[in-house]
Design a protein around this ligand. Structure first.
Ligand code: AP5
Length: 212
């Protein structure tokens, strides 16, 4: 079991998707789960939307319940990738407790380390497909046709929380709430630091070295 944490735009989702395809471990992204809940207008989605639109963390109870339910699915039996969970100390403690119930534990907590200037460029240029969840960047990973998903032909959109003022708030929240997990996992001897400021290919190679 591995978990990815790091600032918004550090490339967690990009690498989680790739690793999931290579290893067959499901990618459990709380961000994707919450966006799907919003699209479905479920009660969780209605509760989460205002927090996400402002770049705040959704209440712990909501995301802990989502993960507790998801890791019981049969596809998680042989491993999974947590992408964006936990995001603060209480979520990290809850995760350890949940895994301990099944006599399991996290193998690696992988910290995506990157300078803040790179994040703004990555986030402001990101475009996503709400239909098939494919992700693009207008400069570094553009679609073949501007604004159209290569895979399903649907129109690409910019995430509401990728607007400049929301990006700033997400960064503030990240450094206050999530960055302290570096010490949390260092103390537990689970921490691996990845240089996330490289090309996606170089980051993927470093990740494979860590997981070997
Ligand atoms: P979430 O969707 O998890 O967003 P995030 O953690 O802020 O991370 P991002 O998805 O923005 O970035 P990423 O690191 O995955 O980078 P990506 O690979 O996409 O969460 C959204 C919201 O949901 C939160 O703000 C919160 O409200 C809520 N939430 C989620 N989990 C929660 C939790 N546990 N508790 C409470 N609330 C929670 O890449 C970004 C861009 O960069 C892309 O365009 C990509 O193509 C490009 N790129 C990627 N890698 C590289 C590279 N190496 N070089 C150049 N470009 C790259």
């Amino acid at each position: 079991m591995v978990l990815f944490f790091g600032p918004p735009g550090s490339g967690k989702g990009t690498q989680a998707k790739k690793l999931s395809l290579e290893k067959g471990w499901p990618q459990l992204s709380t961000g994707d789960m919450l966006r799907a809940a919003i699209q479905e207008s479920s009660s969780i989605g209605l509760r989460a939307k205002s927090f996400m639109d402002r770049g705040e963390l959704v209440p712990d109870q909501v995301v802990i319940e989502l993960i507790a339910e998801r890791i019981c699915h049969s596809d998680c039996a042989y491993g999974f990738i947590l992408d964006g969970f936990p995001r603060n100390r209480s979520q990290a403690v809850a995760l350890n407790d949940l895994l301990a119930l099944g006599h399991k534990q996290i193998d690696f907590a992988i910290y995506f380390k990157i300078e803040q200037e790179q994040l703004i460029l990555r986030l402001s240029g990101r475009r996503i497909c709400l239909e098939c969840r494919a992700m693009y960047h207008i400069q570094s990973a553009p679609p073949k046709l501007v604004g159209i998903c290569d895979f399903c032909g649907k129109k690409l959109v910019q995430r509401v929380d990728d607007q400049p003022e929301v990006i700033q708030n997400r960064l503030v929240v990240y450094y206050q709430e999530t960055e302290p997990l570096v010490e949390f996992y260092r103390t537990q001897n689970k921490l691996e630091v990845l240089n996330a400021g490289q090309t996606p290919e170089a980051v993927a190679l470093d990740l494979m070295r860590v997981l070997k």
